[in-house]
Ligand binder design. Structure first.
Ligand SMILES: Nc1ncnc2c1ncn2[C@@H]1O[C@H](COP(=O)(O)OP(=O)(O)OP(=O)(O)O)[C@@H](O)[C@H]1O
Ligand SMILES: [Mg+2]
Length: 463
């Protein structure tokens, strides 16, 4: 059996981790943004300092400013382990006084305070500082414009270090929360897992109730329902098993009889006697085929067979008369007076024509079969009250004892001492068909005190 995944656990984790992951991404972005600002703030100051150092090397040559910065001195100022630095000095009139001529022009002409911004030098992103600075120690004019640019390596490193300091503990927290939730949910679902094992480990024949001890309250009603279903299944299985055993037993006897008769016939040499045996065989085969038909009919009319029912409006009065007439030859053969007393108007009911015929056939068959020769069988149809009609079959046969009146509707049940052939299925079929039609059967002794009356009450079709 395939081990099913703990889906609840995964769902809970997904709901927990999904939003947390989104939060973490947003938080990382925000942390990076503020770290980058702090990193710039720190290193911009250093950049400004370098600019000031450079400005100290601008001397006045008469009225013209001139940059006097030896290569060695410049190297000391602009050498850095991680980043590349560039500088340039422009005169008040825009004249280039020295430094790197490839530095892009400042974005604002002469800024009042130091201006810091991002730019590129030879295709590399840089942080640019532009400031107007006085020449010499006194703060008055003339001024020069000093540009210092620096690549971004150490700024980025500092920003990422700060981000890592903020985000790593959060990541650790999420991992721990995941572990705690995983563990907690596993513990919480343990009873369900036990329940699953209890069900998957049991044999398909074991329909005993599942132990509800230790089952969580939320799942309890489900387990109770399953137990109830198993109990019903168990009853159905028992019933089916008994039926199959009974049916097999019922079939066994006539089949062995048939075999014995065939063996006997095979040993005969006299054509006359062979013919006689064949006639006997025919009768036995006929009985067997009736039994098989009855068994099939029983299966076909099980309460679960409702979907194959074809209910249609039908006149019970006409239908009962039609079926009764078909029994006339049989009645005459047994010298039985078969009569019909119908209503003077149609009795409309919702019925499955073939099944209703089978019901009436079985009742008339019993009445004729179990009556004494010379007796009387009456089929009656009539309305009872405003919403019911009754089909009654009365006979003159031996009275069915009161204590047997319920049992004869059970499968295979026959009265002791019955001489006639039969398998005890007719009335079980009648009872099933009546149930399918919402009808009710009663059995009483006949009005004249002799014989039995089987009555079936059908609901009348609404006008
Ligand atoms: N009208 C009747 N008069 C007397 N006994 C009856 C009557 N109808 C049924 N019984 C008794 O009830 C028993 C059950 O009847 P049921 O019709 O179920 O089976 P069956 O007639 O024995 O066999 P089959 O399956 O061939 O109909 C019969 O064996 C018989 O003893
Ligand atoms: Mg019968």
């Amino acid at each position: 059996m395939r081990r099913s995944e703990p889906r609840l656990q995964r769902k809970l984790l997904a709901w927990l981790l999904g939003p947390l992951a989104v939060l973490l991404v947003l938080d990382t972005a925000a942390a990076y943004w503020s770290s980058w600002r702090f990193s710039n703030l720190a290193y911009d100051r250093a950049l400004h300092e370098i600019g000031r150092e450079i400005a100290l090397h601008v001397k006045l040559d008469g009225t013209r400013p001139r940059l006097e910065l030896s290569e060695a001195a410049a190297n000391i100022l602009v050498v850095d382990q991680e980043d590349q630095l560039f500088y340039r000095v422009l005169g008040d009139d825009g004249a280039d006084l020295g430094g790197d001529p490839q530095l892009p022009a400042p974005r604002t002409g002469k800024p009042a305070k130091p201006d810091f911004y991002g730019d590129t030098v030879r295709g590399e992103p840089v942080r640019m500082m532009v400031a107007s600075m006085p020449i010499g120690p006194d703060a008055g004019p003339p001024l020069v414009l000093v540009q210092v640019a620096e690549t971004l390596n150490k700024r980025e490193r500092l920003a990422w270090e700060m981000v890592a300091n903020v985000v790593l503990p959060q990541l650790l927290l999420i991992v721990m929360a995941t572990a705690v939730v995983w563990f907690g949910v596993s513990r919480g679902l343990e009873p369900l897992q036990r329940l699953r094992r209890a069900v998957s480990d049991r044999s398909h024949l074991d329909l005993s109730p599942i132990d509800t001890h230790d089952v969580p309250g939320e799942v309890r009603p489900l387990v109770d329902e399953v137990n109830e279903l198993m109990a019903r299944l168990g009853r159905t299985f028992d019933f089916q098993n008994r039926f199959v055993a009974d049916a097999a037993h019922q079939l066994k006897t006539p089949v062995s009889g048939l075999k014995a008769q065939i063996e006997l016939a095979l040993r005969e040499s006299d054509p006359q006697r062979v013919r006689h045996s064949l006639a006997q065989l025919y009768l036995s085969a006929d009985r067997l085929s009736r039994l098989v038909r009855q068994l099939l009919s029983l299966a076909r009319n099980e309460p679960g067979a409702l979907d194959s029912m074809q209910l249609q409006p039908l006149d019970l009065n006409a239908h009962a008369l039609e079926v009764s007439m078909e029994w006339a030859p049989q009645a005459i053969k047994r010298n039985i007076d078969l009569g019909f007393e119908g209503a003077d108007h149609p009795l409309m009911i919702d019925a499955d024509r073939d099944r209703l015929r089978e019901l009436v056939n079985n009742l008339i068959d019993n009445a004729i079969r179990y009556s004494q020769p010379g007796g009387r069988v009456t089929v009656q149809a009539g309305q009872i009250g405003s919403d019911q009609c009754r089909l009654a079959i009365s006979d003159d046969g031996p009275r069915i004892p009161v204590e047997e009146r319920a049992r004869i509707f059970e499968r295979f049940h026959r009265l002791l001492g019955t001489q006639e052939d039969g398998s005890g299925l007719g009335l079980a079929i009648v009872s099933e068909i009546a149930t399918l039609h919402g009808a009710r059967i009663t059995l009483e002794e006949d009005a004249d005190g002799v014989g039995n009356t089987f009555s079936v009450f059908f609901p009348l079709r609404a006008a």
